[in-house]
Design a protein around this ligand. Structure first.
Ligand code: IDP
Ligand code: MG
Length: 153
């Protein structure tokens, strides 16, 4: 069983709409374990670094405005193939194309307000975890719930 960590963030529109709980429930129901969580308002420098690969896009400054418009809920979720599983729970970037049953498919309509972020690769996850939670958090999956194997038989 390959344990992995991924970085997930409820973006300001999701926090504003009271969807932090709904997002957490879906990750817990899927079987992820929460490894870290923090509500914080991020500055433009961090938003620009987080979305650094989109720097040349025409919507980049609008994206940074969006991400800094209120508190975000930054989380590390851990589990089997966490990056891929998180992306499939979250759904396609454009909520209009995201399937019902996904977070974006169920809770959003507009690409500029798509509620939630999830890392797109293991390398992105490591980079984003370090960016938001510091170097010590990015090293390896934690042995969080050592008793789980026993309770699941
Ligand atoms: P992802 O969040 O599904 O990984 P990315 O392509 O990495 O999608 O884009 C990052 C974020 O930038 C999206 O979640 C969305 O908030 C925003 N975004 C992407 N494309 C557009 C666009 O065409 N207009 C406005 N915002 C966009
Ligand atoms: Mg992305």
């Amino acid at each position: 069983m390959q344990q992995e960590q991924t970085f997930v963030m409820v973006k300001p529109d999701g926090v504003r709409r009271g969807l932090v709980g709904a997002v957490i429930v879906r990750f817990e129901q899927k079987g992820f374990k929460l490894a870290a969580i923090e509500l914080r308002t991020i500055d433009r420098a961090l938003a620009e670094r987080h979305y650094g690969d989109l720097r040349t896009k025409p919507f980049f400054s609008e994206l940074v405005d969006y991400l800094t418009s209120g508190p975000v809920c930054a989380m590390i979720w851990q589990g089997e193939h966490a990056v891929e599983n998180a992306r499939s729970l979250i759904g396609k970037t454009n909520p209009a194309e995201a399937s019902p049953g996904t977070i974006r498919g169920d809770f959003a309509m507009d690409i500029a307000g798509n509620i939630v972020h999830g890392s797109d690769s293991a390398a992105s996850a490591a980079r984003e975890i370090e960016l938001f939670f510091g170097r010590h958090a990015a090293s390896h999956p934690l042995d969080l719930f050592a008793g789980d194997e026993v309770s699941h038989g």
